[in-house]
Write a protein that binds this ligand. Sequence first.
Ligand SMILES: *Cc1c(COP(=O)(O)O)cnc(C)c1O
Length: 424
Amino acid sequence: MDFEDHLGFAQQLDQRDPLAHMRDEFHIPTIKGTDQAEIYLCGNSLGLQPKRTASYLQDELHKWQTLGVKGHFDCEYPWMPYHEFLTAESAKLVGAKPAEVVCMNSLTANLHFLMVSFYQPTAKRHKIMIEDHAFPSDHYAVESQIKFHGHDPAASLVLLKPRAGEETLRLDDILAAIDEHADELALIMLPGVQYYTGQVFDMQAIADAAQHHHITVGFDLAHAAGNIPMQLHDWGVDFAAWCTYKYLNSGPGSVAGCFVHEKHHDNPDLPRFAGWWGHDKATRFKMENHFVPIQSAEGWQLSNPPILSLAAIRASLDTFKQAGGIDALRDKSKQLTAYMRFLLQQRLPEQVQIITPDDPLSGCQLSLTITTEQHSGQAIFAAIEAAGVTGDWREPNVIRVAPVPLYNRFTDCHRFVEILEAAL
Ligand SMILES: *Cc1c(COP(=O)(O)O)cnc(C)c1O
């Protein structure tokens, strides 16, 4: 589409947007001391609250008030199988079979528990490949797993770095590194979408290369789930984990998601850290000592989950369903982010660099570095924040902004670029 740089054009795009009504499903924070909506571009960090979330939580509180322990069984959405009510929609978001997904724990905890099963170093195959600038929690998790198995991160960690002078990784370089270390790699663990640069990784090509060399491959989908469509099952990805408080709008610290490919479900040789919620449902309450895992991703569960958090996830998944699913949202998202990119290139080609690659290698988020003599990037960030924009600043040098198709408008993109121009 040919874009135009004026407010009337942005308003037209909003009027023609078939998903425009979804914004009304959300609480939009207001600028302090006013009733004017913020330009909220921070759904990559904490997604906004769906209006229906409160009633979903209230329902569970009410059940607890009126039914006590019986809330586990004799009611609508009983707690005992509550996580199962999230399965169908979660599976669609990541392109999985229902048996391959479960909501449990938190993201970093899931990465650890999945590595217990999927990182089995031997004297020859002991390396894990991650990015040089992986999200710190992922780096800590991987490094501590290597040490836990008695290996040395200096020898067992393969770190992918962009070429000198470049911000993002090239697929060819990732594939070449996989070839180079193929015989020693036990695990490749990469993001679906990179948190700092917003780069979308070609998960299919990476999974293909991994399978070609019989290397286990897992993805951290923190910035991918609810942002871009995926086909984890068809790509043959071994495992994945994601949080639900970013694009999945399920509230701060909400329970995470997890994917285990069905090819692993009935493998009795896989080690795992077990808990009673992973035990066969038919015999769980016989309270016997012999662990019989559920033959699905649910077999990796440990504990009975926090229902209030799951209720918030269910509310959020229902908004995705109402919007027509991730493919419909992705169509709008491409337009929305392309429009923001167009405006930035049109108005601020000298002062703002967009380090996020072009579509299809981007999702919602654009990562911007500011290059002016007069102001630091951080000062510019403070100025746009004061003017009603919520984005985020990431060390060392990036402003991240993410127009989210569920609740952001084309006019938000326009207003944001005007505010940024004024700040500069
Ligand atoms: C947001 C994010 C996390 C956060 O981990 P928690 O365990 O949810 O605190 C971890 N890794 C990546 C890549 C992230 O983007």
